[in-house]
Design a protein. Sequence first.
Length: 267
Amino acid sequence: MHFGPQVSAIEIAGFEPHGLRDSLKGVSADVVFNLASAGVNPADREPLAMLEGNVHLLAGVLCCLDRQQTRRFIHTGSCSEYAPAEPGHRLTEDDPVGPSSLYGAAKLCACLYGSALAAERGISFLNLRLFGVFGEGEAPHRLVPYLIGKLREDQPVDLTAGEQIRDWLYVDDAVGALLLAATSKNIGQPGVYNVCSGQATSVRQIALQVAETMKKPIRLLRFGARPYRPDESMWIVGDSRRFTAATGWLPRVSMAEGIRLMLAHSA
């Protein structure tokens, strides 16, 4: 893996506090980002591993931070932490939590435990609940890379009926939100913030958009060839006005433009 001239990788053997302290000795940070999470891939959701890779990992990192140096901890949460919403309702930070999946439950546990632990240590903890991030570098199992990979080879693409409604956010916009969360003076208070586009788009619409952009025949899209997951929500769309009010952030890249950028990057 290649890193820039001002970036170095620190290899660690595990997430136990003692080992982490040794690995991070001499490293100080004003702001810490936590992007690590176990269970993002639905095929890799062993229950204990999700607790280890979400709650245990987060607690281990927080316990190793120098409370005198670290003023802000930015944790990447998930829209999966919310209870299922009625179609048409855009989720706000005041909506009830109540995950329908073990992954969502693990993310919510991380949010609650991390917030309490950070408060005890005098560190401002921000939980940015991301909705449907896509873009360059995305794992092959994810929807858009899966579509691109299959269609590029003119292979049939097995899909669900595609009626799930999602809120898609291009990766550059997500990164911009993380950076603003680190630098904005108006977001000093700890808490939960949605980071999303607010646009409702079905999986079917995304698949059709990818095929159209790639100029591939629609017949390759086999809608209904796959069943829906048992824990799959049919509507997940968010409202990011709280975060926008605090930082001025707005998403800039549309779904169509994001797909074009992904295709250009992977050409």
